[in-house]
Design a protein around this ligand. Structure first.
Ligand code: FAD
Length: 564
């Protein structure tokens, strides 16, 4: 490929990975990176932490400069160069530069223009207090507003970036109202996981409002007045718009690049678009979900950088390049003292794909209980109900969440069934884990469920339990008194054997819905009941999961006090 001219649009994650890899593959080629902004290779993912002050110096966000890239890799980075037209037949792009418009020809063109902030149809969204967090300049503006005394911020959209921005603003002493139109914060998280995150945000002192849309933004003496669909208003010095993204593909679509109905560029598994010698990577592209097969963008840095490398291999490598893997959308976010992470499909994706699943909930400790400082990991895993194939996993907790989700993401990629997790040899010593690690416990539970050793009922079957089953709560009386289903009878799991006749009489032929705090003791009771010939199911994740599932309704549904 010596002597080839590669032009790359977009000089951040996908674009710069492609450029750097191209140079390593081909010393003789010409590589031009066209970046419309004032910086190349900047750390978008670090922007919220710069707002919050944990990253103090703006320079830390600028991972490379055009000069460092010229020196190390002989890459010609042109800042303030915006591609405004693609003429694929002539193999050139038209570029607006500080010195006027130029035509730049290419042999191969790689598009990595990313996304822009979605702008929902809200009247007044052009109010001067409304900002986005996409670039270093955006982050500097937000930081300056805070330094200048902004007291109250509205964060519009509680996805990953919204939560990180909200936390950053909170760390700087700003009062934050977090608005989310979906029923709960972090919409890709399952409701029983998202509840924990919402509670943590509230514990931090944020005003979290879920399931409410913004209808308009008006002005009151320079401050933004955010109007909500429920009739309420919130006055803010700063409104941070983080309501999703749209692909920055319009220019390329106009030039003939095929996009889906949402404007995401369609590529094959090597990054090739429908046009000869035109390739695309990163957030602007659509990918096939590894679990459900659904087509969707996965706007994450890891997949973008990986695709940048792989597209360079496809263009300039020798032999067939490794195809782009279908992403699992593995993601993580810190929220106060908690971490939330996920990999693979959630219920909504599985339902949309018509894929049956069974959900396992566990609440293991992050490390051995006898070693000081252990904390619970709230873990849930969706598995195929017949084969046990892992379909998706989510976790929320104070420590050890990243490790468990990364192990599960690896297992998902390998196509393992949940029972195969039993076979993993994971590192253990008391400060780090347990001899039976949280991931191993997923394997044990899955094996029990798939072999019929245990049968589960899920929190969304609470009406079935209350109306058609005998609810047997096997926690201690003290735990029971803190809140229980109104119909539940309390017999501690240690007494179930001795009081079997009583249980049989109370059940009166109904199935028994056993429950405890986390699902461990109810499993023990379940085995006793099954051995006695009774039909029993144990609540997945126990009261910990049920409370989170009920969320704000928990206090209305559960009753306190004794009932033996
Ligand atoms: P980008 O990195 O967005 O780069 C696209 C570049 O193309 C931009 O600089 C843009 O100016 C330029 N461009 C666009 N159109 C043109 C044009 N016509 N001409 C010239 N230049 C053009 N991901 C994670 O995995 N983990 C995180 O923690 C995380 N945190 C994030 C936090 C924030 C605040 C943001 C904004 C993103 C975060 N992401 C995170 C997402 C991650 O940054 C993106 O997935 C990744 O940067 C995508 O790479 P890309 O190359 O596709 O696009």
């Amino acid at each position: 490929m010596s002597g080839h001219k590669y032009v790359i649009v977009g000089g951040v994650a996908g674009g710069m990975s492609a450029a750097a890899r191209l140079r390593r593959l081909d010393e003789q080629c010409e590589i031009i990176v066209l970046e419309q902004g004032p910086a190349v290779s900047f750390a978008s993912c670090g922007l919220p932490y710069f707002v919050g002050g944990e990253i103090e110096d703006e320079a830390e966000l600028l991972v490379q400069t055009p000069q460092s890239l010229r020196d190390a890799l002989n890459i010609d980075v042109r800042l303030h160069h915006r591609v405004v037209e693609l003429d694929a037949a002539a193999h050139l792009v038209k570029v607006v530069t500080p010195n006027g418009q130029q035509d730049i020809s290419y042999d191969q063109l790689i598009l990595s223009p990313g996304t822009v902030a979605a702008r929902p149809p809200i009247d007044g969204l052009d109010h001067p207090s409304v900002h986005t967090l996409r670039t270093v300049a955006d982050a500097s503006v937000v930081r300056e507003l805070v330094t200048a005394g902004a007291k109250h911020a509205v964060v519009l959209g509680a996805g990953f970036i919204g939560l990180e921005a909200a936390e950053g603003l909170h760390l700087r002493g700003v009062d934050v109202t977090l608005l989310e139109a979906a029923p709960h914060v972090l919409p890709p998280l399952e409701v029983e996981m998202a509840w924990l995150v919402g509670q943590e945000l509230r514990r931090l002192g944020m005003d979290v409002r879920e399931g409410v849309a913004v209808t308009a933004i008006t002005d009151d003496q320079g401050r933004a007045v955010v109007h909500l669909a429920d009739g309420q208003t919130v006055v803010a010095d700063l409104v941070l718009l983080s309501a999703g993204t749209v692909p920055a593909s319009a220019v390329f679509k106009a030039g003939g690049v095929a996009c889906n109905d949402r404007g995401a560029i369609i590529v094959d598994d090597q990054g090739h678009t429908n046009l000869i010698d035109v390739w695309a990577v990163g957030d602007v592209t659509v990918s096939r979900d590894a679990v459900t097969g659904a087509l969707r963008p996965v706007p994450l840095a890891g997949p973008a950088q990986r695709a940048g490398r792989l597209v360079a291999d496809a263009i300039a490598g020798s032999g067939r390049a490794r195809p782009f893997p279908e992403p699992l959308a593995t993601a993580i976010v810190r929220v106060g003292d908690l971490t939330a992470a996920m990999t693979g499909a959630n219920r909504m994706g599985l339902d949309a794909a018509g894929m049956p699943f069974t959900t396992l909930h566990l609440h293991p400790l992050n490390h051995a209980g006898y070693f000081p400082g252990g904390s619970q990991i709230h873990l849930m895993v969706h598995i195929d109900p017949v084969t046990g194939r892992l379909l998706g996993a989510q976790a929320v907790g104070k420590a050890g969440v990243d490790k468990r989700i990364d192990v599960l993401a690896t297992a998902l990629r390998a196509g393992l069934a949940a029972q195969d997790l039993i076979d993993l040899d994971l590192c253990y010593s008391p400060p780090y884990g347990s001899a039976k690690d949280a991931v191993t416990m997923v394997g044990f539970l899955a094996d029990n469920v798939l072999t019929g050793q245990t049968a589960l009922w899920q929190p969304d079957e609470v009406d079935w339990a209350r109306q058609q089953a005998f609810v047997l709560d096997v926690r201690t009386p003290a735990e029971f008194a803190t809140g229980h289903l109104p119909e539940a009878v309390n017999i501690a799991h240690t007494q179930v054997r001795a009081r079997l006749d009583e249980v049989i009489a109370l059940a009166g032929g109904r199935p028994i819905a056993v429950m405890c705090q986390s699902g461990v003791r109810s499993y023990l009771a379940h085995r006793i009941l099954v051995a006695a010939g009774l039909t029993s199911r144990t609540l997945s994740g126990g009261m910990l999961t049920l409370r989170a599932w009920l969320g704000g309704q928990a206090d209305a549904v559960l009753v306190k006090g004794d009932k033996q």
